[in-house]
Design a protein around this ligand. Structure first.
Ligand code: TA6
Length: 319
């Protein structure tokens, strides 16, 4: 990257929508649309795309973008009276030029602060005032970090309650050759069985049919191993106890208009979330939820994938 190249660039994306490009010196990058506060691209230093975005994604408000990292707020899924996954992913966010103090690592230069506030229209469907600040950072080593700070700014003394998810679509080479580690033996709610509660068996999770589960009170680190590509994604989270795992498989994929029939093979959603126990904020209170993603090479030895470097980074501290 040349001296003049910007770490942060505001430009126009598909259909003239405002987009921010984050770039780091080694060549990695990320792209964020103000529509939805939605990360739509995360590339490593070789320019390889690490997130899945459907070829049929519709970049036309008010339809949410299929892929990347949709923000589900103030409602995950259909767990309430709002539209599926809440409204944050279909609203226009703005750049927050003067965010309140935010402890930052001084080596992080590629970041953007976004903000979403209640609108008079939204107050009619969700009668609360709030400030949702989202910082998206691309670290010098290519890690992608999202921190959400949500504050209750109600002036009528009322608390509010919400559920939340970073609905991350990882790009995988072949879903049949993917496994997820870190969720073994945990309880989960199975969305395909009326959200009944089950306990996962001891093995890593593999995929051979539709999956739509909410794993409860998970560890802070989850690994997604892309066997074909010999790549391991590491997801670290803080303030988000649950983890949703979703792949629609062939039949469901055909029923989703903005997803290609075979695209399910190349995507896996693993979502840092807060679903089982919703968060309640009193006026003036703030909640923070953070997700960090990295992609590292996996080594393959004696029939076992060993995620080199996975789980080796520091615990999530203050941003
Ligand atoms: O997070 C899993 C899930 O809630 C699934 O039930 C599935 O429907 C998916 O999200 C996608 O939802 P969307 O509204 O984006 O089509």
């Amino acid at each position: 990257m040349s001296e003049e190249t910007k770490y942060v660039e505001l430009c126009k994306g598909i259909n003239g929508l405002d987009k921010i490009i984050l770039r780091e010196v080694r060549g990695c990058s990320a792209e964020v649309y103000l529509f939805g506060g939605h990360v739509t691209s995360w590339k490593n230093e070789h320019g390889e795309e690490l997130l899945f975005v459907s070829n049929k994604a519709i970049f036309k408000p008010p339809k949410a973008i299929r892929g990347g990292i949709p923000i589900c707020f103030p409602q995950f899924s259909n767990l309430g009276s709002l539209e599926q996954h809440g409204f944050a992913r279909t609203r226009f966010w703005t750049i927050d030029n003067d965010p309140p103090p935010f402890p930052t690592n001084s080596s992080n230069k590629a970041f953007i602060d976004l903000i979403l506030k209640h609108s008079e229209e939204d107050v009619k469907i969700w009668p609360h005032r709030y400030e949702f600040r989202l910082r998206i950072t691309l670290g010098p080593g290519g890690d992608l970090m999202l921190t959400s700070r949500i504050r209750n700014t109600n002036t009528d003394g009322k608390s509010f309650t919400f559920t939340f998810a970073y609905h991350t679509y990882f790009h995988v080479t072949d879903i049949s050759e993917v496994r997820v580690e870190g969720l073994e033996t945990l309880d989960y709610l199975d969305n395909l069985k009326n959200r009944e509660r089950f306990t996962e068996q001891g093995d890593a999770i593999v995929f051979e049919s539709e999956v739509d589960k909410v794993y409860l009170s998970t560890p802070t680190k989850i690994a997604i191993l892309d066997h074909e590509r010999k790549r391991t994604f590491e997801l670290r989270k803080d303030g988000l106890p649950d983890a949703v795992v979703w792949n629609p498989w062939d039949k469901k994929a055909k029923a989703i208009p903005d997803l290609g029939d075979d695209e399910y093979k190349h995507m896996l959603c693993v979502e840092a979330a807060c679903v089982e126990k919703p968060i309640t904020l009193k006026p003036g209170e703030e909640w923070r939820g953070r997700q960090e993603l990295s992609a590292v090479p996996s080594s393959y030895c004696s029939g076992q994938l060993d995620p080199v470097g996975a789980f080796s980074s520091e615990e999530i501290g203050p941003a």
